[in-house]
Design a protein around this ligand. Sequence first.
Ligand code: NAP
Length: 256
Amino acid sequence: MERLKDKVAIVTGGALGIGKAAVTRMAEEGAAVAIFDCKDTEGEALAVDLVERGLKAHYWHCDVGFEASVQSATGSVKGHFGRIDVLVNNAGIAGANKPTHELTEQEWDEVQRVNVKGVFFCTKHVIPYLKTAGKGSIINLSSIYGLVSAPDIPPYHASKGAVRLMTKTDALIYAPDQIRVNSIHPGFIWTPLVEEHLKTTGADPEEARKATAALHPIGHMGEPDDIAWAIVYLASDESKFVTGSELVVDGGYTAH
Ligand code: NAP
């Protein structure tokens, strides 16, 4: 399949979890994929694996929460692959799991630095390349936690709510440039992020996993590919009339 033939895509947080699945599916669909992450060993290994399979990928160390890091890595992608067509703002952290009155300013700020400023910095530095390309697609990973609430991780809820509305604002600003901006709202997907988050609840890991799965009417958590295919769709021209939308992929979690 070549749903993304001739496109160059950046995937932030692409070394693990949802990002890794997105990198893999996008490369298999013909894209040249730039993997941005801080997990250098995993990111390099993924790029090598894809290149050995005859696919196009390259790894860059990039902390999305530092503007200089984003600016430098983005410029290198243009130099390496020649153009940029797609940005997947996937890098994110769950952060401290405490009630609001126990959180420190530093714990609050770290989640906003990665989850909100990271989306801002990457969008800011990729937009000029998308304008040069004459069109583009930006895909922002929000969450079910950006749509509905739960009594945990307050900074994360705030960050994902922000990403939801940043998406719609940028969709309106850049529609005249044929740059589409959409958000994806996953339910719980079994990744290192969720595994670590469930540990912070203090519950027995297997019980916590079963209880989390039961929150989804479909009866189980999702897997990274469930989100990767949504990303492939929004990155491709199949979604050319879709912008400012919220693609919910949650096993029915928010259907109540
Ligand atoms: P993950 O398994 O933790 O993978 C995220 C990747 O992003 C990791 O490699 C991580 O590296 C990297 N990363 C973290 N901070 C970064 C930074 N400042 N700069 C560059 N890379 C950074 O997470 P995931 O579960 O795949 O989640 C991916 C996205 O989907 C996140 O935005 C998350 O909020 C969202 N989401 C996930 C779920 C879910 O259930 N998994 C549900 C809804 C939304 P480190 O490990 O070194 O931090």
